[in-house]
Design a protein around this ligand. Structure first.
Ligand SMILES: Cc1ncc(COP(=O)(O)O)c(C=O)c1O
Length: 396
């Protein structure tokens, strides 16, 4: 067996560790309790019961109290990931609003929305891409100018995965509704970090991903407000009330339920302890390293995220040298790592190439410690100095 190297994990917006309590909760459904929740026999029935318990736990995290005639929280649909939830929301709007062929999304959406928007364009829809300013903020007046009676759906993320910006989703939902459009939000990075109260919200659809909140990969949620028309793109059996065909990933769903329960209990910790760790890391770096910038809307951002541009050096080189010390972070979003293009988010903000290329995202979780933060604050400045020393762009 290989010995695991010490890892200092500051890449929690890419994925998170499965919480041991979550793992224990799902374990029986990977071993003895393998029944199909759709089966008539009691062996499957026990599993169906576990799926409904998980649905109730997720509903509780989202502030959804109402149940359907069967006593189920059917506004919660289990999917396979955040990407599927985003796809399901946008395609449903295309299917159910055939007379409206316009969509409005921001330029800083995750590819799970942006690339669906491009696909909708290929299928004949019109899409408007809302710009952002140099801090990644959306001008609501600009957004409103793009929405009209032809708009089927406005989809704007709640929290940005790269810079952590939080967007005013309730205000945006109100704008969408003023023109009769649906409002969907990709809340993959927001849920578990900011309070959510769907019973008192104007949001029509909302996406979540399990692996961003200490559940395993392979499970997601799409919330669809009761009474809202919904047509799935995933057609199959009657699972999820006919809204998402396919035998359920029961273990993942049970894990998601437990992770939701823990996320609700941990919300305050996230906004106090994790926030303080993020601030300590950010300040430690800013105080020691010259010519850097902290990206995003510093007043309205996730408590766990900081995006820092180290000008005149390559983010990939910083990542490689940090990796040798066991420090995991990310340049741009994990999905774009490997591509030489700077991230679409930083480009939309108009960051100069010299800064965009040297941008590192640190994203923390409840598992990080002060000791880990101090280790990075001690070891990162010499790495930056070393790389700048050999950079042809850095004025020595
Ligand atoms: C904002 C946002 N939306 C969607 C996704 C996609 O989620 P998943 O990996 O579960 O498909 C991610 C993942 O990074 C994300 O950060």
């Amino acid at each position: 067996m290989t010995k695991e190297k010490r890892v200092i994990y500051f890449d929690n917006n890419a994925t998170t560790a499965v919480d041991p309590e979550v793992f224990e909760e799902m374990r029986p459904y990977l071993t003895g309790l393998y029944g199909n929740p759709s089966s008539i026999h009691n062996f499957g029935g026990q599993v169906a019961f576990a799926v409904e318990k998980a649905r109730a736990q997720v509903a509780d995290l989202l502030g959804v109290k109402s149940v359907d005639s069967k006593g189920h929280h059917s506004e919660i649909i289990f999917t396979s990931c955040g990407t599927e939830s985003d796809n399901a929301a946008l395609f449903s709007a295309m299917f159910t609003c055939p007379k409206k062929n316009k969509f409005v999304v921001s330029k800083v959406e995750h590819p799970a929305v942006l690339n669906v928007a491009k696909e909708l364009e290929r299928r004949g829809c019109r899409v408007s891409y809302v710009p952002v300013d140099s801090r990644g903020r959306i001008d609501l007046q600009r957004l409103e100018e793009m929405v009209d009676e032809e708009t089927a759906m406005v989809s704007i993320m709640w929290a940005n995965n790269e810079i952590g910006n939080l967007y005013p989703v309730e205000e945006i939902a109100a704008i969408a509704h003023k023109y009769g459009a649906l409002f969907h939000t990709d809340a993959v990075q927001a849920v578990g970090k900011v309070p959510v109260d769907m019973d008192n919200s104007a949001i029509d659809m909302l996406s979540i991903s399990g692996h961003k909140l200490h559940a395993p990969k392979g499970v997601g949620i799409l919330y669809v407000r009761r009474g809202q028309r919904f047509r799935p793109f995933m057609i199959g059996g009657h699972q999820e009330n006919g809204r998402r065909g396919g035998t359920e990933n029961v273990a993942g769903i049970v894990a998601m339920g437990k992770a939701a329960e823990l996320a609700k209990a941990g919300l305050e910790h996230e906004n106090t302890v994790v926030r303080a760790l993020r601030d300590r890391l950010e300040k430690g770096i800013v105080d020691q390293v010259p010519t850097i910038r902290v990206n995003g809307d510093l007043e309205h951002r996730l408590p766990n995220t900081t995006s820092i541009s180290f000008e005149f050096i390559e983010g990939e080189s910083i990542l490689m040298l940090m990796d040798q010390l066991g420090i995991c972070a990310s340049s741009g979003s994990a999905c774009t790592t490997g591509s030489l293009e700077p991230s679409h988010v930083l480009r939309a903000m108009g960051l100069p190439y010299t800064a965009a290329h040297g941008t590192i995202r640190f994203s923390l979780s409840r598992y990080n410690t002060e000791e880990e933060v101090d280790f990075v604050v001690e070891h990162l400045p010499p790495i930056i100095a070393r790389l700048r020393h050999i950079s042809p762009y850095w004025k020595k």
